[in-house]
Design a protein around this ligand. Structure first.
Ligand SMILES: Nc1ncnc2c1ncn2[C@@H]1O[C@H](COP(=O)(O)OP(=O)(O)OP(=O)(O)O)[C@@H](O)[C@H]1O
Length: 313
């Protein structure tokens, strides 16, 4: 299968570029020698999107991103256009060389070696893809395709703070722990207007809203136990109007095993189309990247994406 490797040398604060010769050697052990022409380096943010499209146009049907979640997400956004895959027989893979590499974890790949093996063995998993349309930070409309998680409200603010504050970003996963505690104690619930599938619009006070395709996300989070990433449905989780202290003591500590769902102000259901709006500024995040703010609509798309994944059976 004609393959293109897209390397983000700046991922993991430049560590990916420094380790690339070793990563390449590891990949070659599994795939055989790799031609220099099959490797492209990103030169700027969002370049992976353009490189992915060029690779597919050049006949590549397996694209491997080397970097973190942002690089994979940019690559994936390059192979979808007008809500369709630009070639039906594509396989995408990620070699975890970023800071947190949460997407790889979602596929069950915990190490570089496992990821290389999954690519070489041709093990893939069919996953759903959703489209998110939101108001970008510049004021215009942004569209992002995602496949793990869309979050709104407090959860998106935690993600935004953990990534955008340079000192925190350097701390890695600890930054999320710090920001979760800080945001729990300071973020006030907001009023949302929500429309789910074809139902009437509801007005609800909420702390956060999460749309999960996979069961887990982030460092050890079990947000939607039992969620099926290939069922063409998102698990919609509404975290209601809960006080600061109660959020910190009764929601946050139970995010790791999904037992927060038992809280009377947390609800869960399936949805394939949802639109959310608010009169106040509310952040929105797709697959770990802050894309902008409400209003946002999220729609499940009618195809599956093939991703290289560890076969645990
Ligand atoms: N040549 C480049 N120079 C500067 N930034 C780049 C370059 N190439 C890609 N980027 C940007 O680097 C950012 C970080 O990439 P990525 O998310 O893959 O790594 P990470 O943040 O270390 O990992 P993770 O998202 O898993 O925590 C992305 O926003 C991407 O747009």
């Amino acid at each position: 299968m004609k393959t293109r490797i897209i390397v983000n040398p700046m991922a993991n604060k430049g560590g990916c570029g420094k380790r690339w010769p070793q990563i390449r050697a590891g990949l070659e052990k599994h795939l055989g020698p790799i031609d220099d022409d099959d490797i492209t380096m990103t030169r700027a943010p969002n370049h992976a999107t353009k490189l992915a499209r060029e690779a597919v146009d050049a006949g590549c049907r397996r694209l491997i991103s080397v970097g973190g979640d942002g690089t994979f997400s940019e690559m994936m956004n390059g192979v979808i256009s007008d809500d369709r895959l630009i070639a039906p027989d594509l396989v995408l893979a990620q070699l975890p060389a970023g800071t947190s590499n949460e997407l790889c974890r979602s596929f069950g790949q915990l190490s570089l070696g496992e990821a290389c093996k999954a690519i070489a063995m041709g093990h893939t998993r069919d996953v759903d893809v959703f489209r998110a349309d939101a108001k970008g930070y510049g004021g215009g409309q942004v569209t992002r395709y995602g496949f793990v998680l869309a979050i709104v409200g407090a959860a998106a603010t935690i993600s935004w703070r953990a990534q955008r504050v340079p000192l925190l970003k350097r701390l890695g996963p600890i930054s999320y722990v710090l920001m979760t505690a800080f945001t729990s104690l300071t973020y006030n619930p907001r009023n949302y207007r929500i429309r789910i599938d074809d139902e009437a619009e509801q007005s609800l006070p909420m702390w956060s809203l999460m749309l999960c395709s996979f069961d887990g996300a982030g460092e050890g989070l079990m947000l939607a136990p039992g969620a099926d990433p290939g069922d063409r449905k998102l698990d919609l989780i509404l975290v209601g109007d809960i006080g600061h202290w109660e959020t910190l003591t009764r929601i946050v500590p139970k995010l790791g095993d999904g037992s927060y769902l038992a809280h009377p102000k947390v609800s869960r259901r399936h949805a394939s189309r949802i639109s959310i709006d608010s009169d106040t500024m509310v952040r929105a995040d797709v697959d770990g990247e802050s894309i902008g703010q409400l209003p946002m609509s999220v729609t499940m798309l009618p195809f599956h994406l093939k991703v290289a994944a560890v076969n645990r059976q």
